[in-house]
Design a protein around this ligand. Structure first.
Ligand code: WQD
Length: 347
């Protein structure tokens, strides 16, 4: 039997990364995890092996550590890299900008240099809708104006620009780089097994995990950040996408990169194309869980936009991929995960 195609997944022990590892393995690839476990728990490996029924290679290390990268690439013949390792909290990035630039920009630079040295030139990059400016018109298309408004978003935008330069600056001797920047909207949900899910360390910044922790009694109530926005019910509107749809979009993009030669830098929105308000998410979660979610209306959160949702047609056209799971299915899977693990993976 031919050796399965090895894919390095940096950040593969994290929320999105662990779900990507499952999707890759289920579609016949051989994922290898590199993760520094700064925002994930060691128990994830056993959970993944239980879901997949197979051993996984997991390397604990920092993507900024060139010795770790050299040893990893020297020891494995990777067909591609899915680069999800990075820091992702908007508010924290304003408090610690240098650590965000080091992790997100420095880490990608170190990774690309190691890839170049070992002739690995297929790369999926975990980008974000945060790179679009606040004034961009909805729905967001990939050619909308780019103007990040915080160090996290700027670090993602800098990486996109670095990768776009890399994909065209080809020395003839080099095999040609094929790179995809995948702009995530709002990933939520969990693998249907309930074995893995979003498990933020400390108080959740994002809506879905906070709601889930209120429902299991870990938090007293949800604060709804503003209800005076120019939206149907006054609360913020976002494009929530099931994490399994998101990672299936990654596999579709990977197959696109591997399917033909020729240099290229490609950008795809990974969203549903539908917006949902905070109150709609709360209602969907209450339907899915049968649990009330007490909340209070609080002041708007600095930096939040009123509405943000994707135009996903380019990915549908190029990749034959579209998000299929509904908001109710997302909340059903969030609840199954949280109800089974009230304290998260560490519980
Ligand atoms: C969603 C909505 C809040 C929490 C962020 C990052 C983005 C991406 C996803 C990394 C908003 C409201 C939230 C709460 C609330 N991360 N809310 N009470 O801000 O759209 O996107 O996470 O790539 O880059 O910016 O997601 O889940 O924080 O907020 O009312 O306790 O829920 O105001 O309208 P956001 P979110």
């Amino acid at each position: 039997m031919s050796e399965a195609t090895k894919i390095l997944v940096t950040g593969g022990a994290g929320y999105i990364g662990s779900h990507l590892v499952v999707a890759l393995a289920e579609q016949g690839f051989d994922p290898v995890i590199l993760d520094d476990f700064s925002n994930s728990r060691p128990q994830i490996r056993d959970r993944l092996q239980r879901i997949l029924g197979r051993e996984l290679q997991v390397v604990a290390g920092d993507v900024n550590d060139r010795h770790t990268l050299h040893a990893l690439f020297a020891g494995s013949d990777f067909a591609a890299v899915a680069h999800l390792a990075g820091r992702k909290a908007v508010a924290e990035s304003a408090r610690q900008p240098l650590s965000y630039y080091r992790a997100n920009v420095g880490g990608t630079l170190a990774l690309c240099e190691a890839m170049a040295e070992f002739g690995v030139r297929h790369l999926l990059f975990s980008s974000s809708a945060t790179v679009y400016g606040e004034s961009a018109a909805m729905p967001l298309r990939e050619d909308a104006p780019l103007r990040a408004t915080n160090p996290y978003g700027r670090s993602k935008l800098m990486v996109e620009q670095m990768l776009a330069d890399l994909a065209v600056a080809q020395r003839p001797a080099d095999k040609l780089w094929r790179i995809a920047a995948l702009r995530y909207f709002n990933p939520v949900g969990a693998h249907p097994s309930g074995e893995i899910g979003e498990d933020p360390l400390g108080e959740p910044e994002n809506l879905a995990p906070y709601i889930a922790q209120v429902a299991v009694g870990r938090r007293q109530r949800l604060r709804v950040f503003g209800n005076q926005y120019p939206t149907a019910d006054g609360t913020g509107v976002r494009d929530y996408i099931h994490v399994m749809d998101l990672v299936e979009g990654h596999v579709a993009a990977l197959r696109y990169l591997l399917s033909e030669g020729g240099a290229g830098y490609f950008v795809w929105n990974l969203g549903t194309g539908c917006g949902a308000s905070v109150l709609e998410v709360i209602a969907a979660f209450e339907r899915a869980s049968g649990r009330p979610v007490p909340y209070v209306i609080d002041a708007p959160r600095p930096g939040d936009v009123a509405s943000c949702w994707a135009d996903p047609r380019r990915a549908q056209r190029d990749l034959g991929w579209r998000a299929r799971r509904t908001l109710d299915e997302m909340m059903r899977d969030v609840w199954r995960w949280q109800a089974a693990h009230p304290g998260g993976l560490g519980s």
